[in-house]
Design a protein around this ligand. Structure first.
Ligand code: SF4
Length: 342
């Protein structure tokens, strides 16, 4: 079997982590690399384990995104409305499954990092108000599912023929694709060798002849992530050969009242130009920190500095490794989305 290779790659989520904290990026892509191997150090194992943790906000997002994508992948040609009951059932089941997961606690020596998969960081860090956080998350999940049912945009991908669905977020599932196929689908190599990862939720060709990128949002309505749509447009342009000036973006916030639910994102030609410069800056800055850019080696952790202690650290899965676990976590009602790790 071909040995796994730690490749330099860009994605919206990698860029977000890199801008947030260089040390967090180090733990996610270097310190945790090889943590699954027999000869891994305790720190590598711990970092790998912490990378696999989820949290209550991410759990709500995953619990909704996956059943929608699965329903779109598996729908029959005659099915023209979203199977809301099935999506609701699967979302609630996925949520409660993770709530029941139990594993290590802070300070434990990790022997099998894969056991971190999906476990809640709040449980690992033994937050005293975990039950309250879970109760709030259940309310949030229910509100998102209500928003989904009322959303015109949720019905749009189902109303179209399968041939108009240019992209649905790849899902690992026995009837859809393997984990490796899902990873390959999200991967794109540019002409200059730059490796990108991306995956919008849905891309559909409309009756207006335009190509619509739809992204489901399950968090609080905040400043629009319009450059995220720019990153998806860049990916879709190169992956599916779609002209940029035919694309439109739509952020669909299930928690917003239906009349404010959709934030249109235009000007994708300019946004993609910005994203391309972000990719170039990211790669240049990252390579300058590596001890061997050719081999993608980061043997000097100090080149990836920590940030000042504060709310970002309080939400960070790696705070144990940075000696900042005692900071605690922001109050449940103040906590915000951190997004996935690509
Ligand atoms: S705990 Fe703070 S300094 Fe350490 S990786 Fe996380 S965000 Fe960075």
């Amino acid at each position: 079997m071909k040995a796994l290779e730690n490749e330099i790659a860009w994605s919206w989520s990698r860029d977000k982590i890199y801008r947030r904290c260089k040390r967090e990026y180090y733990w996610a892509y270097y310190g945790s690399w090889g943590g699954w191997e027999d000869g891994a150090t305790p720190t590598q194992r711990k970092a790998r384990f912490l990378k696999k943790l989820s949290d209550v906000n991410r759990l709500v997002g995953d619990a909704i995104h996956t059943p929608i994508a699965k329903a779109l992948h598996l729908r029959s040609p005659a099915e023209r409305t979203p199977p809301f009951q099935q999506i609701t059932g699967e979302a609630n089941e996925a949520f409660e499954h993770v709530v029941r997961l139990n594993g290590w606690r802070i300070g434990d020596v990790i022997t099998d990092p894969s056991r971190g998969m999906g476990q809640l960081a709040e449980r690992y860090y033994q937050l005293p108000d975990l039950d309250e956080r879970l109760a709030l998350a259940r309310v949030k999940l229910g509100a998102n599912l209500d928003g989904l049912r009322q959303s015109l945009y949720a019905t749009i991908p189902f109303r179209h023929d399968a041939r108009d669905l240019l992209w649905v977020d790849p899902v690992e599932h026995p009837a859809i694709m393997s984990r490796n196929e899902a990873m390959q689908a999200k991967r794109l190599t540019l002409d200059d060798g730059t490796l990108l990862y991306g995956s919008p939720d849905v891309v559909v060709k409309g009756t207006d002849g335009l190509v619509h990128i739809i992204d489901w949002k399950t968090g609080r309505l905040s400043s629009p992530d319009d450059l995220q749509i720019g990153a998806y447009a860049f990916f879709i342009q190169r992956k599916l050969d779609v002209p940029l000036d035919t694309m439109r973006g739509h952020l669909v916030h299930f928690l917003a009242p239906s009349e404010h639910q959709v934030v249109p994102i235009d000007g994708l030609v300019e946004k993609v130009a910005l994203v391309r410069s972000m990719v170039g800056e990211f790669l240049a800055d990252l390579r300058a920190r590596l001890t061997d850019p050719q081999l993608n080696r980061a043997d000097d952790i100090e080149r990836f500095p920590m940030i000042e202690p504060g709310p970002t650290c309080m939400r960070c899965s790696y705070r144990e490794l940075c000696g900042r676990a005692a900071l605690g976590q922001p109050p449940a009602e103040d906590d915000e989305e951190r997004g996935e790790t690509a």
